[in-house]
Design a protein around this ligand. Structure first.
Ligand SMILES: Cc1cc2nc3c(=O)[nH]c(=O)nc-3n(C[C@H](O)[C@H](O)[C@H](O)COP(=O)(O)OP(=O)(O)OC[C@H]3O[C@@H](n4cnc5c(N)ncnc54)[C@H](O)[C@@H]3O)c2cc1C
Length: 412
């Protein structure tokens, strides 16, 4: 049993038997992941060994519905598991988000969305194929959406275009910041159906095989943080995919984005985990208990006690919103739940970095040496607020508008 002081939910939080089992499984894998994190960070290399462990533990199918052989985790279960992973290796948790959501969205989320009987039947056939790859073959999916335009912010059609041809689609375009680049077996690419008038309603979500002719991984990768995500650029040149590459029927991704807003909160659990790790490190460091450091105690200084108290308050505020948001997540949530989701995402992303900042200030110079995890946590935590479509800025943007205006209202 892991230490409840540093668990994601804390003690006395009602977990189902399945949730408790999954969390414990990740707690068992976690220390090995933490042990490898510095190397992936230093090399900016993908955590293949961690994925081998996740595959062996049956966790690649975490969000695959049970009827397709997976663990059937819903958004809440996924988020708690993901935050647990985030405590040990941010880059593994963040890339695992891309993979897990590639099964959560076409899985349990899609079950809540409207489809014609024909679309439902087609979706059932296609997703069976995707889930089989994950559960039986151990395939890993990535989620490259970003293009450097307003599209990933949800404000314009994607510039990557799919043209209908006999038996499938031909894809042309470019994705930037594609986590798992060169490592994924499939890339779940968002593109727009090529028509005279491009529309966000015609967004298509296509599984492109990692070895497909016409796919090139390009650009270098030497960023500040989250270095193990290996998020390079993908180019698609006349790349053919068959009809069954569709991970959602035409128009359904657009519906999901407007009716299931919590689908965009799934990046934040990684950073919830990082926040907990920064706090845990600080307590252990001040108690002289961090492995590999001399047993020097610093906890007797009042300034340290005040600082760690401030960190605890911030951590509990963040965690409380996180756990509350997980109760809200559903199709067509009421307005207050949608606003709380923006507020939660903003809070987690900003507070994770702030907790790391406080941790470094409090623990002092020796704590930020590369031999210890804190400086990596600090760099990784800086990336959370930049993740589209719900960056910290865009959460404020949406909150500012949606708190003051009801749908359809304007002042002109
Ligand atoms: C470690 C890491 C891993 C990533 N992995 C993935 C991945 O796997 N898949 C993926 O799709 N993306 C991924 N991203 C990309 C990420 O989601 C963003 O798309 C990327 O950081 C945007 O960078 P940019 O400089 O092009 O942003 P820009 O588009 O230039 O935006 C800069 C900022 O301006 C604001 N902004 C953007 N558009 C608008 C608008 N229309 N209105 C108002 N404000 C706006 C936002 O706050 C944004 O942060 C990753 C990013 C990082 C850092």
């Amino acid at each position: 049993m892991s230490d409840p002081r540093y668990s994601v939910t804390g003690s006395n939080y009602a977990l189902t038997a399945k949730q408790a089992e999954l969390v414990e499984l990740v707690e068992e894998l976690g220390p090995a992941f933490a042990g490898r994190a510095a190397r992936y960070d230093q090399e900016a290399s993908f955590p293949f060994e961690n994925y081998a462990d996740l595959r062996k533990a049956g966790l690649l199918g975490l969000c695959v519905p049970e009827k397709f052989g997976g663990r059937g985790a819903d958004l809440k279960t996924y988020s708690i598991v993901s935050a647990t992973l985030g405590k040990y290796c941010g880059a593994t948790a963040l890339t695992f988000n891309m993979h897990a959501c590639s099964t959560l969205w076409p899985g349990l989320l899609a079950d809540d969305l409207e489809m014609t009987p024909e679309q439902r039947a087609e979706h059932e056939k296609h997703r069976e194929l995707h889930f089989k790859r994950v559960v039986e073959d151990g395939a890993v999916y990535a989620q490259p959406f970003s293009e450097g335009s307003a599209a990933a912010a949800g404000k314009a059609p994607f510039g990557t275009l799919a043209t209908k041809v006999d038996g499938g689609w031909v894809i042309n375009g470019k994705k930037i910041f594609a986590s798992l680049s060169g490592a994924a077996d499939y890339y779940g690419v968002l593109c727009t159906e090529d028509k005279p008038d491009l529309s966000m309603k015609d967004t298509l979500y296509m599984a492109v095989p990692g070895k497909a002719p016409g796919l090139t991984v390009t650009g270098d990768w030497d960023p500040l943080g989250m270095r193990g995500t290996v998020s390079r650029t993908l180019l698609f040149k006349d790349l053919f995919v068959p009809d069954d590459a569709a991970m959602m029927p035409r128009g359904v991704y657009f519906q999901a984005a407007s009716r299931w807003p919590h689908m965009f909160t799934t990046l934040s659990p990684t950073y919830m985990g990082i926040a907990i790790a920064a706090y845990e490190f600080t307590v252990k460091y001040l108690r002289g208990e961090v492995p590999g450091t001399p047993p020097v105690k610093r906890r007797m200084y009042p300034t340290k006690q005040i600082a760690v108290a401030e960190m605890f308050v911030k951590l509990e505020q963040t965690r409380a919103l996180f756990l509350r948001m997980l109760e809200d997540a559903r199709v067509d949530p009421p307005k207050d739940a949608r606003l709380r989701a923006y507020a939660t995402q903003y809070t987690i992303m900003e507070n994770a970095n702030d907790l790391c900042r406080l941790a470094i200030r409090t623990c002092g110079g020796q704590s930020m040496l590369k031999s210890l995890p804190l400086e990596r946590l600090y760099r990784d935590s800086r990336c959370g607020a930049l993740m589209l479509p719900w960056t910290a800025e865009l959460c404020l943007d949406r909150l500012g508008r949606e708190t003051l205006y009801e749908p359809g209202e304007s002042d002109t």
